[in-house]
Design a protein around this ligand. Structure first.
Ligand code: FAD
Length: 1238
């Protein structure tokens, strides 16, 4: 029995909070004590006195007396014992609480808080009682236990896929509640069902879903908390700082958590589990060693935990590694993943068990398969033992010899069990400051050291404690350092405790930095604000700077000497509510009164200004902070600089930066990245030099910013070797920046080398390398890498999908693009992704889909409009493109140079000379867009099509830049059509001056001379071509059938079905000839004769591809073909006729445009052929397929101008690979779906 008197009389003064601040909250307890003493005088029982206080402060309709247990009540021992999970804290000598309140109503919690303060009692909050060191129910100071086990409702709401769960519930009850309502949702939390959500969530909460979804705290949407004043707060009223703190910072430092609102996560109906045991003799060391290299980067749906323990086999000591796994998918998928990434384990189908997610929870807790899920409602899942736990984080794989040493140590100590829990996946994607739980990217796995025993007694306990500490010490070289990190939920008082009463910042930071790293400071700030008198205190509670005195670091203090808590809090509340006008008003009032708030409040106010884009107010805050000669801390000045940077006021940022008495790495990095983002590259590079002179070492953020300012390979190489020297090359952002910059400078091979050096996979780095290849139009390689990324277990995010869509563009892979579309839906209405999708559909010639996307886009920017306008123009819908441009203007979106290019392109294709001139002449005045080379190119093409050669020459003279090959080629095309031999010869010579290797110009010249019967000149040109090794590019057509790409080249016979294709082609030609088709030999080289000419036409690659498409796909399916060369006139006629004959929709994309053939007509309205056909046959009879580079000017322009509209033109680079063997992205029989599904 506890002597109650001791609670009421003055105790050890060191336990009393220093009376630093005579605020109301400090005075209240004194008044209350006085009142209680008065009350006591009139009563005859101490218990009555407490009860009176509790009753006074709680709802009388739900009597608190019924749930308050004093040591003399019969239920007291059983209630206390019920949730003691560690028998070390259940001995007769363990201090016991003065009384226990088991609240059934929130007012019971409020009353407990108020009365404990009145009586100066500590309050220990217990939910599931799993605290490894018993801090939720034991204290050396007089204390009360608030036992939450009666508050345990679980309300599942499937409409918004959330659950509101009381903190007294166990995770088992939560899982049970979810499984009763849905089979396709789960919640990422602990593996042990009896853990209480009150403590578990407030310390982080991890389980076997963490690699896919992160921690419990990452899914908390709201919480109800009772604070030190007894106020009931929800997320809105508590503010984001407190809400942040209780999600991983240990709730018991800040208040009592009553309930959580959490978001559920999706899981498949069938998941797979396995359990594999290996001893040293069965290769456990190799397996654990290999596990370390894959555990954090394998498929994120796969969580493989390794439990290593010393065991005896046939009387011999050995080590046993138990691998427990959960895979969010089928057994077959799991086997595929394991075969690719972890074959060493030799997993076979028989070891895999498919089951529902809820059954996997039971499996993981060792219940036999088939156990009823109701077992989860048992709150005492396992027999309690004496135990001690410790934890560590591993960031570099442990070598095999070191593992062998560890095994030896374990066998020597006999008892310790080491559990390795893999990180990576989602854990690596969430910033370490997002929640107080800081152990995110960079950790391969966490170790839990366990020792459990059944024998009672202090000596026994000391022996076991000693052995687990020895094991922990032994591990020092292999685990994280500076600080050596620990997981809060694996409570370990060995790493440091607060002195009784009010610990100082310095004392608490000993253990605090291990649990929270740099988040510790923010936790201290929040604590100081919400519980300044440190009511919520225990051995590892966050200290309050008001209660323990300010933290002194160098010359700056965390709490400013002018700190006025109420001002700060009021200002903060206004900021949290984003009430900028009132916050500014408040700021003025504070200034008039000569008081100021703390740095956190100011930084919140700055955030508020940023949120509103309020430049004037931001400047005002700046002025206020510097008023009265106050010198803000570096952190606050950095925030101001960042504000100016975000407002794009680089000069203001620079002035502030220049005035800083002390600049840290954040100050420098903010400025460097500002200049880097603004493309003021030389300034960013120079700042790096100054930074070094200032003695400040760049960090990964500095490097990743400055890298993007590298314009020269030599600079990049220097920076790269420096990064290697300082050991930052494995930082994901630095690595990804290196890849981006090497790729930007055209050094794809170097980019690939940097990528290959990656040991621990990371989606940021994968995205960079995929984007590099997609941007360089190597869609094939980009997709190959994408496939590898998925196999490695990384999910596709926005950036990956954008690159995949871009890769689909360059290969016209509509089917794959559609698959990607399904995944884009996940990122509801993401503008960048929607634009990429739109572009993909336009590029793949599926205008219906493009229009569908465009019409449903909630938000459109200039890229959306331009993409659609260009897409319509390229697909032959010129008038629609122009009409859309007019609507764009009406909607108020400002066109840019790409939009105008699309409009001119549309005019050119529709032959709208006057309209084209109007748009061209007015673009500067109306839209502020200066005509660039590409716009001139479009106009030249338009004039050329109209045969206005004089105007063309005039415009070339007017150009504000030197004519290039494209300019001359456009003129050459036009001259050819208009029979102007002299001008054509001139243009061809100009091309050859600029590029003596241009095959198109040679062929044209040769044909021009042939038509003019200048045979000597013909011979000369042919000779020159031969000696220079110039060869015409062969025509190639591709078609995707059944998720495989088939390539056809004229004359190549390696396609397995080529005989059948040729047979059917001959039959079609025969049938079409009957219907009037005459092969047009004008499109054949001049030196072929008669039938030879017809034959060379007949087997053009596009004809082969069309016939193959008809043979291999159902009638309703559109046949989509893409070509490296412009479609020849004969094939154009053939396609029209066969589309009619076979009632097919055929789309051919050549470097010029899209041709949609349906019912005997083409979407291009034959405009090209109408103009050129006659001319070509009349004058030159030129082979139209003279090479990709001969493609019409504006196409080159369009594709090369629009970086986000992938550069089809350079898909020319595919030519060396354009052999008719099939290049496959997907394994046989597996198909695209298997790859893209994520
Ligand atoms: C057998 C076992 C298995 C475990 N498995 C896992 C696991 O798989 N994953 C994992 O992440 N952790 C695991 N843990 C650790 C567990 O998450 C922590 O011990 C957690 O704090 C337990 O919460 P609790 O409510 O059960 O504990 P309690 O002992 O009740 O509380 C722990 C801490 O939280 C505070 N607290 C409790 N309730 C509240 C509340 N309502 N408001 C404010 N503060 C509160 C307490 O005061 C104490 O400081 C395990 C622990 C055990 C003993």
């Amino acid at each position: 029995m506890i002597a109650f008197e001791s609670l009421l009389f003055p105790r050890d003064p060191s336990r009393e909070p220093p009376n630093l601040c005579l605020s109301m909250s400090a005075i209240l307890p004194l008044v209350s004590i006085f009142l209680v003493q008065v009350l006591m005088a009139a009563s005859d029982s101490v218990e009555d006195t407490f009860l009176k206080c509790l009753t006074l402060h709680s709802d009388p309709s739900i009597p608190i007396s019924a749930v308050t247990y004093f040591p003399n009540s019969p239920s007291y021992p059983s209630i206390l014992e019920a949730y003691i999970r560690n028998l070390r804290f259940s001995s007769p000598t363990t201090p016991k609480p003065s009384f226990i309140v088991a609240p059934t109503h929130v007012s019971h919690i409020q009353a407990s808080i108020i009365c404990c303060q009145s009586f100066n009692l500590e309050l220990r909050i217990r939910s599931g009682g799993h605290d490894y060191d018993g801090l939720s129910y034991v204290s050396e100071a007089p204390f009360v236990v608030l036992d939450m086990f009666m508050l345990r409702s679980v309300v599942v709401n499937l409409e918004d896929v959330t659950v509101t769960v009381d903190s007294g519930s166990t995770v088992g009850e939560l899982y049970h509640g979810i499984a009763r309502r849905t089979k396709v949702h789960a919640f990422p939390a602990g593996v042990c069902p009896s853990v209480g959500v009150g403590g578990h969530f407030s310390g982080g909460g991890y389980g076997n879903l963490m690699r896919r979804f992160g921690l419990s705290v990452d899914h908390v949407l709201d919480a109800v908390v009772v604070d030190a004043q007894g106020k009931v707060l929800d997320r809105e009223s508590m503010g984001e700082d407190l809400f942040w703190a209780i999600r991983g910072g240990g709730g018991a430092s800040f208040g009592v958590i009553v309930s959580w609102k959490v978001k559920l996560v999706p899981v498949p109906q069938v998941v797979t589990v396995f359990r594999v045991l290996k001893t040293l003799e069965e290769g456990a060391t190799d397996i654990v060693h290999h596990w370390q290299h894959v555990a954090d980067n394998i498929h994120d749906g796969l969580f493989i935990r390794v439990v290593v323990s010393p065991v005896k086999r046939k009387g011999q000591k050995t080590i046993r590694a138990k691998l427990n796994a959960l895979f969010l998918g089928s057994a077959q998928e799991l086997l595929d993943v394991m075969a690719e990434r972890f074959p060493q384990l030799g997993l076979v189908a028989e070891q895999c068990i498919e089951m529902s997610w809820i059954d996997s929870v039971l499996f993981w807790y060792n219940y036999p398969v088939g156990t009823s899920v109701d077992v989860l409602l048992q709150r005492h899942a396992s027999p309690e033992k004496f135990l001690k736990r410790k934890s560590d984080y591993v960031q570099q794989p442990i070598s095999k010899p070191a593992l062998e040493g560890i095994w030896k140590k374990m066998m020597e100590l006999e008892k310790p069990v080491l559990t390795f829990n893999p990180y990576g996946g989602k854990m690596g994607e969430i910033s370490d400051v997002e929640t107080p739980f800081p152990h995110r990217a960079g950790n391969i796995f966490k170790i839990q050291y366990s020792v459990s025993w059944k024998e009672d007694g202090e000596d026994v306990a000391n022996r076991y404690l000693d052995l687990i500490r020895k094991m922990y010490d032994y591990m020092t070289p292999y685990v994280s350092k500076s600080p050596r990190s620990s997981y809060l939920n694996y409570r370990d008082v060995d790493i440091g405790v607060n002195r009784p009463g009010n610990a100082t910042y310095a004392e608490a930071s000993v253990w605090g930095e291990k649990y929270f790293k740099r988040n510790f400071d923010r936790l201290v700030e929040v604590k100081t604000r919400v519980d300044p008198n440190n009511f919520f205190r225990y051995e590892q509670s966050i200290p309050s700077l008001v209660a323990s005195g300010p933290r002194i670091i160098g010359s700056s203090t965390l709490v400013s000497p002018r700190y006025v808590p109420t001002e700060t809090e009021s200002l903060l509340n206004l900021c949290y509510r984003r009430d900028l006008p009132r916050a500014m008003h408040f700021l003025d009032a504070m200034e008039r009164r000569g008081v100021c708030a703390d740095a956190i409040a100011y930084s919140e106010l700055i955030k508020c200004c940023l949120a509103y884009g309020a430049v004037r107010e931001g400047k005002r805050v700046h002025h206020h902070i510097f008023s009265n000669g106050y010198h803000p801390k570096t952190f606050l000045t950095n925030t101001l600089i960042n504000m100016y940077v975000k407002f794009n006021l680089l000069e203001e940022a620079q002035v502030l930066f220049d005035k800083m008495p002390e600049r840290n790495v954040v100050s420098w990095t903010t400025m460097i990245s500002a200049y880097s983002n603004a493309r003021v590259n030389d300034r960013a590079m120079r700042l790096l030099v100054f930074m070094l002179r200032d003695g400040v070492m760049p960090n990964m953020f500095t490097f990743s910013s400055v890298l993007r300012s590298c314009e020269r390979l030599s600079d990049l190489k220097q920076l790269h070797s420096w990064i290697v020297k300082v050991g930052l090359e494995s930082d994901v952002f630095v690595r990804s920046a290196l890849i981006d910059v090497y790729s930007k400078l055209g050094e794809l091979l170097e980019a690939l080398n940097v990528f290959r050096e990656m040991v621990t996979g990371d989606s940021v780095v994968w995205n960079s390398i995929i984007a590099a290849f997609a941007q360089h139009s190597d869609g094939d390689e980009a997709l190959r890498l994408y496939k590898r990324m998925r196999r490695a277990g990384f999910p596709a995010d926005q950036s990956t999908l954008t690159s995949v869509l871009r890769a689909c563009n360059s290969l016209s892979l509509l089917e794959l693009g559609r698959q990607a579309h399904v995944h884009v839906l996940k990122f509801d209405q993401d503008l960048i992704l929607n634009n990429a999708l739109l572009d993909m559909y336009c590029k793949c010639g599926s205008l219906e889909d493009a229009k569908f996307i465009f019409d449903r886009m909630a938000k459109k920017d200039v890229i959306s409009w331009s993409t659609m306008i260009n897409g319509l123009a390229q697909n032959g819908f010129s008038m629609e493109a122009i009409n859309l441009f007019e609507s764009m203007k009406v909607q108020g979106s400002k066109p840019n140079h790409i939009t105008i290019l699309g409009v001119l392109f549309a005019c050119s294709h529709a032959g709208l000379v006057n309209e084209g001139w109007n748009y061209f002449r007015s673009m500067k005045n109306l839209y502020g867009v200066d005509p660039e080379r590409e716009h001139y190119g479009c106009m030249l093409d338009l004039l050329g099509r109209a045969g206005m050669l004089d105007d063309m020459v005039k415009l070339i003279h007017e150009m504000n830049c030197e004519p290039d090959i494209v300019t001359w080629r456009t003129l050459l095309d036009a001259c050819r059509a208009r029979q102007n031999v002299d001008l054509a010869t001139y243009a061809a010579k100009e091309i050859l001056k600029l590029d003596p290797q241009d095959p198109g110009a040679y062929v044209l010249l040769s044909n021009i001379y042939a038509v003019s019967k200048r045979w000597n000149d013909v011979a000369k040109v042919r000779r020159a071509m031969k000696t220079r090794g110039i060869r015409k590019e062969p025509g190639c057509s591709w078609i995707e059938v059944n998720k495989q790409i088939h390539a056809f080249i004229l004359g190549d016979k390696s396609h397995p079905q080529i005989d059948e294709i040729n047979r059917q082609l001959n039959q079609f030609v025969y049938r079409l000839t009957g219907a009037g088709y005459v092969p047009d030999t004008n499109f054949v080289l001049q030196d072929l004769e008669g039938e030879q000419r017809e034959d060379s036409l007949r087997y053009h690659s596009e004809k082969l591809a069309i016939v193959f498409g008809i043979m291999s796909s159902p009638k309703e399916k559109t046949i989509r073909i893409w070509k490296n060369l412009k479609i020849c006139g004969d094939c154009h006629i053939f396609a029209k006729l066969i589309a009619k004959l076979e009632q097919r929709h055929i789309v051919i994309r050549d470097p010029i445009r899209y041709h949609h053939f349906r019912d005997g007509v083409c979407s291009c309205a034959d405009i090209y052929w109408r103009i050129k056909f006659a001319a070509v046959s009349l004058l030159f009879g030129v082979n139209m397929s003279v090479g990709l580079k001969q493609a019409s000017a504006q196409h080159f322009i369009l594709f090369s101008m629009c970086p986000d509209l992938s550069s089809f033109y350079s898909s020319n680079s595919m030519m060396p690979e354009a052999k008719p063997d099939y290049f496959r992205y997907f394994g046989e029989g597996k198909g695209v779906e298997g790859e893209v599904a994520g």
